[in-house]
Design a protein around this ligand. Structure first.
Ligand code: AMP
Length: 215
C-alpha cells in the first residue's frame, strides 16, 4: 500500500506517518528528512541546500527527485511507503509518476490532512523532536507533551526545535503550500485517488479517519 500525504506544514504528517509505520509496516519517506540528512552530511549538495531550506524555499525538482528515487530503490518497500512532503507541485507529481512507472510501483491513496493556518502555526511553534531517537513532541498540545519538559520520554535526550519552525519562515512555508496545493488536489481528485481527512481532532481521531479510508 503506497500513500501520499498532502498537508500544510506542521499538520501532523509526521505523527500520522509514525502511526502507519508502526501498524502497517510502511516505509516513511519524508523529502524534508532526506534533504536535512544531506545538509547534516555537509556534502557539497548539503551546503548548497542549507540556506534555501532555512528560509523555507522549495529545493529544485531535480535534486529532490534524485534523492527520492534513490530512497525508493532501497529494500524496505515490501509493505509499501508513505510519502510525506512530496509532491508539492504538479510538476513534482508528474516526475513522481515517471519514477514510479520505472520502478513498477503505483500510488494507492492520496490523503489530504485538512488544517487551518492558525492551528498549523500553533502546532509548528510548539513542536520538538528528539535528535537521538526521532520521537516527536508538541509542548502546546496536552497529548503530545513530553513527560519532563524538554526531555525525550524514551531516551531522555534534550529535545530540539527545527530552525525553520519560526513565525516568519512558517508564513512563507504555509503560503507556498497554499499556492501550490490546490492544483495538486485537483490533479489527484481527477485520478480518483484523493481523500480529504478532517484533522482538527486528536492524533488518534485523525488516525481512525485515515484507517477508514485505507482499509
Ligand atoms: P518539510 O520537512 O517537508 O517541511 O520540508 C522542509 C524543507 O525542505 C522545505 O521548506 C523545503 O525547503 C525542502 N523540501 C522538502 N520537500 C520538498 C519538495 N518536495 N520539494 C522541494 N523542496 C522540499
Amino acid at each position: 500500500m503506497n500513500i501520499i500525504f498532502v498537508a500544510p506544514p506542521a499538520a501532523g504528517k509526521g505523527t500520522q506517518s509514525a502511526l502507519l509505520v508502526e501498524k502497517y509496516g510502511l516505509a516513511h519517506i519524508s523529502t524534508g528528512d532526506l534533504l536535512r540528512a544531506e545538509v547534516a552530511k555537509e556534502s557539497e549538495l548539503g551546503l548548497s541546500l542549507k540556506e534555501k531550506m532555512s528560509t523555507g524555499e522549495l529545493i529544485s525538482d531535480d535534486i529532490v527527485i534524485d534523492l527520492l528515487k534513490t530512497r525508493l530503490m532501497q529494500n524496505d518497500m515490501q509493505k509499501g511507503f508513505i510519502l510525506d512532503g512530496y509532491p508539492r507541485t504538479i510538476n513534482q507529481a508528474h516526475m513522481l509518476e515517471d519514477v514510479l512507472d520505472e520502478l513498477n510501483m503505483k500510488i494507492d491513496h492520496v490523503l489530504y490532512l485538512e488544517m487551518d493556518k492558525e492551528l498549523a502555526m500553533h502546532r509548528a511553534l510548539g513542536r520538538m523532536t528528539c535528535p537521538k531517537c526521532g520521537a516527536g513532541y508538541n509542548k502546546y498540545e496536552e497529548v503530545m507533551k513530553p513527560k519532563v519538559d524538554g526531555k525525550c520520554d524514551h531516551c531522555e535526550s534534550d529535545l530540539e526545535c527545527r530552525t525553520d519552525d519560526n513565525e516568519e519562515t512558517f508564513n512563507t512555508r504555509f503560503d507556498t503550500y497554499l499556492d501550490n496545493t490546490q492544483p495538486l488536489l485537483d490533479y489527484y481528485k481527477e485520478k480518483e485517488l484523493l481523500n480529504v481527512i478532517d484533522n482538527s481532532g486528536t492524533p488518534e481521531e485523525t488516525f481512525s479517519k485515515i484507517e477508514e479510508v485505507i482499509i
